[in-house]
Design a protein around this ligand. Structure first.
Ligand code: ADP
Ligand code: MG
Length: 391
């Protein structure tokens, strides 16, 4: 704990110092927001269903200082783009490109909602791997949303900031994602997963005590990159909308598993399989929440694995690297494993006994080498705290 606090102080001081190097002044504050692992509930958010993510220790940090004018200057420690300077009065979704679309998108959405956002200088440093399905994008949006909300005195609630981040992602970046990522980043608490009803937007903290059960969640970042703004994610969303329309329900959330047999006769094969994934996945989230409450984390393994098979076969958003990570983890002691995030690359998670961690890691590395795949990045994660001001 003391160690964690010291680390945090150092992280804050580093961000402030690097801000000062670039901008020759101290920041007004430092905010951080975590990436997330979605334990279960994939592509259910935009179908008004259920998700169960938890925040991880990898975070995006922003050091920000307000300016007297309407200029924004932004720089990230990642990449070599250097300082980006824009006039906030000229912001429009069509003129924000690259990584700055995330922070500037948030500033623009706040402006659209009547918040007067002054000019600012911003330094971003993030330890969330990009494009790994751990939501580096929402981590940036949420850190910036909290920072500007505080500095502009907007007093928006966390629930409102979730929607600000989502709108930036949808309308500025152009990725038609739901509220999963921003909710996980803003609403998580340490040692818990967030059970979120994406229709009512009700969030409930579900104890997820990995250490107490001698378990570890391993993330296997396949380093196969995905791009949600491009066609596949949008195509899945369109299939879900088509399925709901043909079946006459407001959203796929409104279908029960025992209604699937009837749905099969009304839909083409592909649309039916997309629908079946969403309907069974919602059911698996509810079962996971119940199993965690009644028996704890050791009881959820099979649900995770069933979720993966549904994504592989019905929703068709997996890839050979993700499948290999899951199969190898399961063959080497995992209680359950699945791809996590939007799919088409990114990361898999495996729920494993802490005692077998080294062996499982090694088995996955070996399997990837034998398959001729790029070496994956493998690390353990624990349910961490949500976003907040750290300096
Ligand atoms: P994910 O959210 O799963 O990591 P996305 O494609 O949604 O993947 O978001 C990744 C994008 O977020 C990157 O292409 C980049 O534009 C931006 N990004 C993430 N981390 C950083 C960073 N540290 N600095 C600058 N941009 C970043
Ligand atoms: Mg993202």
């Amino acid at each position: 704990m003391a160690n964690g606090k010291r680390d945090q102080a150092k992280v804050t001081a580093d961000a402030a110092a690097r801000f000062a190097e670039v901008f020759r002044a101290a920041p007004d504050g430092v905010w951080q927001a975590p990436g997330r692992v979605n334990l279960i509930g994939e592509h259910t958010d935009y179908n008004e269903g259920f998700v169960l993510p938890f925040a991880i220790g990898h975070t995006a940090r922003v050091a920000v200082r307000l300016r007297e004018d309407s200029t924004a200057r932004l720089i990230s420690s990642y990449g070599d783009e250097g300082l980006v300077t824009v006039d906030l009065t000229r912001l429009a979704p069509s003129n924000m490109q690259g990584w700055t679309a995330y922070p500037l998108g948030v500033a623009w959405v706040l402006g659209q909602q009547g918040v007067r956002v002054p000019g600012f200088d911003l330094f971003l440093d993030s330890s969330v791997p990009t494009g790994a399905g751990l939501s580096s994008s929402a981590a940036i949006e949420c850190a910036v949303a909290l920072a500007l909300n505080d500095l502009a005195g907007a007093a928006l609630s966390r629930e409102e900031l979730v929607l600000v981040g989502q709108r930036a992602e949808n309308e500025v970046v152009g990725a038609p994602t739901g509220i999963l990522d921003q909710s996980a980043s803003l609403l998580s608490t340490e040692g818990h997963a967030v059970f979120l009803d994406c229709r009512s937007r009700q969030a409930e903290q579900v104890p997820f005590d990995l250490a107490g059960s001698q378990l570890v969640v391993l993330v296997v970042d396949t380093r196969v990159s995905h791009a949600h703004a491009t066609g596949d994610y949008a195509a899945r969303r369109a299939s879900c909308e088509l399925g709901a329309e043909v079946l006459g329900v407001p959203a796929l959330r409104d279908l029960r598993v025992d209604e699937l047999a009837e749905a099969a006769g009304l839909l083409d094969d592909e649309t039916f399989r997309r629908v079946r994934h969403i309907v069974t996945e919602n059911d698996r989230v509810l079962c996971t929440v119940a199993a965690l409450a009644e028996q704890g984390p050791t009881a959820v393994g099979e649900l995770l694995t069933a979720s993966h098979l549904s994504m592989r076969d019905d929703f068709e958003i997996s890839c050979p690297e993700l499948d290999l990570a899951v199969e190898t983890a399961l063959a080497n002691g995992a209680l359950g494993a699945r791809m996590t995030g939007g799919g088409f690359g990114g990361s898999a998670i495996a729920l494993i006994p802490a005692a077998t961690e080294a062996g499982t890691r090694q088995a996955i590395l070996t399997a990837f080498r034998h398959a001729g795949f790029r070496e994956p990045d493998i690390f353990a994660v624990t349910p961490a705290a949500g976003a907040g001001r750290i300096g």
